[in-house]
Design a protein around this ligand. Structure first.
Ligand SMILES: Cc1cc2nc3c(=O)[nH]c(=O)nc-3n(C[C@H](O)[C@H](O)[C@H](O)COP(=O)(O)OP(=O)(O)OC[C@H]3O[C@@H](n4cnc5c(N)ncnc54)[C@H](O)[C@@H]3O)c2cc1C
Length: 507
């Protein structure tokens, strides 16, 4: 299983077998094309297929290529937007509805795991949140009160199965964990068995709304569908939702401990900013600690390798590590008001749907999206429709014109050669490094690979022209504005961009 980064995640390294999703594009009009083969796309496609609809998943690369292949896979009913804050922002009724949805989604994951992915190691877990000072303790009081107010179990505890002193701690029952790649493989297999079409290496390039059906142009040809769901983590192209979701990067490691008894029994979180998260995973006889954190806004960290060093040294301060087996990072999107956007894509054809803004809760919320979207498409309504409505964002004046004129510019073309002579920055660039260099009023994003070859691209993001930044840890060019990511030759790794960066010939 390939992922959108240079480093291997534990999940992609321990898949069961490769799922193959190739073949002929369907000729007949499909009920739904689902774009994206992560947890959101596959859960939605399977739910739609089970509801009797003809359905195709179009995945740009392979299933699990996106953040689902780089997650840490805690399954939570207690979400990042704590229920006390949800109540004060949206009211108690809406907060209770979100809690009900989270429980329904976690239950759906359990059922699907038991039925279709028994090897994904799904297990129910307690979650623990601990405060290390009085300020955090006050915050924790509110979190516990809010969680209880929406009817979910939360209580204070005297002990936490974790080697860190705390001033106050709470426990939340009914959480879970699993191996996300094996779960996706189970969903993909049963979706295909049920007659669903899974197309990998099938990037969706354009969607043209025609009266009879949506015409969906992919890298493998054109298909027609009555509905389309963007389950691409963030919708491609230019959308108001790009201005309502901020991209962040988070870092994870898996490690073997000298003393297995030290492994935390449960899902554990501190309350630092950014916070750290921990769990364990038993994979093929190996009992591993998984720890993550050190988050930052995409493209806002010069030395992303340093974040791994910081995470490892933090974890070494708590546990005696025998060996770090995996280190990887991945991207998530933080929604402006804290809740995800699930429903009709604003300012688009009525038949196009979207699910985005999951923050660090995409296992639960991506699955909840599959429930909401299936109801919206098959029953024309969902109890969760209003609370997650993407159109709750108010469109700023002039935005429609901006969308029409926004670039999403064509790449592929090779820009005019860049004379490398007399550019000491290029000589200084070490193998594995990347940098945006300026010369003679022009700039280029250049990377030197291990063999010494230079790879150069135009640093203007093909989405709406922000300047990309080097991500050394994953060897990608990341856009700080909306989270598009590209490999060293400019190929798209992550939406919203649909087009590559322009290649530059370094003469
Ligand atoms: C380090 C980290 C840890 C996390 N930990 C947790 C956790 O413990 N619990 C939790 O609930 N959440 C967690 N999250 C969040 C969660 O992982 C994500 O919200 C979730 O995986 C998103 O799933 P998705 O299916 O929506 O998107 P993705 O998994 O990103 O899938 C989108 C897919 O769409 C494809 N695609 C994009 N554009 C196109 C196109 N034009 N045509 C065709 N295909 C396209 C991509 O290739 C990709 O495979 C974490 C996130 C990070 C970064």
């Amino acid at each position: 299983m390939q992922r959108d980064g240079y480093r291997k995640s534990l999940w992609q390294d321990t898949t069961l077998s490769e799922t193959s999703g190739v073949g002929e594009l369907p000729f007949d009009i499909l009920d739904v094309v689902v774009v994206g083969g992560g947890i959101t796309g596959l859960s939605t496609a399977l739910a739609l297929r089970n509801a009797g609809l003809s359905c195709m998943v179009a995945e740009a690369k392979n299933i699990g290529f996106g953040t689902t292949g780089g997650t840490s896979a805690h399954i939570n009913t207690v979400l990042e937007l704590s229920y006390d804050r949800m109540i004060s922002k949206f009211g108690e009724e809406d907060a209770k509805l979100v809690a009900r949805g989270a429980v329904e989604a976690c239950d759906r994951i359990r059922q699907l795991a038991e039925l279709h992915a028994p090897k994904c190691n799904w297990s129910e877990q307690m979650a623990y949140l601990f405060a290390q000072d009085e300020k955090q303790a006050e915050e924790l009081d509110k979190i516990v009160a809010g969680t209880q107010a929406v009817g979910l179990p939360a209580s204070f505890v005297e002990q936490v199965p974790f080697p860190k002193a705390f001033v106050k701690a709470a426990r939340f029952a009914g959480q879970a964990q699993f191996h996300p790649a094996r779960y996706l493989q189970g969903l993909a297999a049963v979706f295909k068995e049920a007659g669903g079409v899974l197309m990998e290496d099938c990037r969706v390039l354009e969607v043209d709304p025609k009266e009879e059906a949506l015409e969906v142009t992919t890298e493998r040809g054109t298909v027609r569908a009555r509905h389309l769901v963007y389950a691409t983590h963030i919708p491609p192209g230019v959308s108001i939702l790009h201005f309502r979701n901020a991209p962040y990067r988070s870092y994870v490691l898996a490690a073997r401990l000298r003393l297995e008894a030290e492994l935390p029994a449960g899902l554990v979180y501190d309350m630092e900013d950014p916070y750290h998260y921990y769990r364990t995973e038993d994979v093929d006889g190996d009992r591993l600690l998984i720890a993550g954190g050190c988050d930052h806004k995409t493209g806002h960290e010069e030395d992303t390798e340093e974040r791994f060093r910081e995470l490892e040294s933090h974890v070494r301060g708590l546990f005696s590590l025998e060996a770090v087996t995996h280190q990887w990072s991945s991207q998530y999107f933080e929604p402006a008001d804290g809740l995800p956007y699930i429903g009709k894509l604003p300012m688009a054809d009525d038949r196009i749907y979207v699910a985005t803004g999951f923050n660090g809760n995409g296992m639960t919320l991506g699955t909840l999206a599959s429930i909401v979207l299936t109801d919206l498409i098959t029953k024309k309504g969902s109890p969760y429709e209003k609370v997650f409505d993407p159109a709750r964002v108010s469109v700023v004046a002039g935005f429609s014109n901006f969308v029409k004129e926004a670039v999403d510019v064509v790449g592929h073309l090779v820009a005019a050669p860049f004379p490398a002579k007399g550019m000491p920055e290029l000589d200084e660039l070490k193998p594995g490094d990347g940098r945006v260099v300026n010369h003679d009023g022009r700039s280029m994003a250049v990377h030197r690979d291990e063999a010494g070859t230079l790879h150069a691209v135009d640093p203007a993001c093909s989405h709406i022209k922000c300047t990309v930044a080097w991500n050394g840890a994953e060897r990608s060019w990341d856009c700080p504005c909306h989270g598009s990511r590209f490999n060293v030759d400019g190929e798209v790794l992550t939406a919203p961009s649909r087009k590559p960066l322009q290649r530059v010939d370094v003469g």
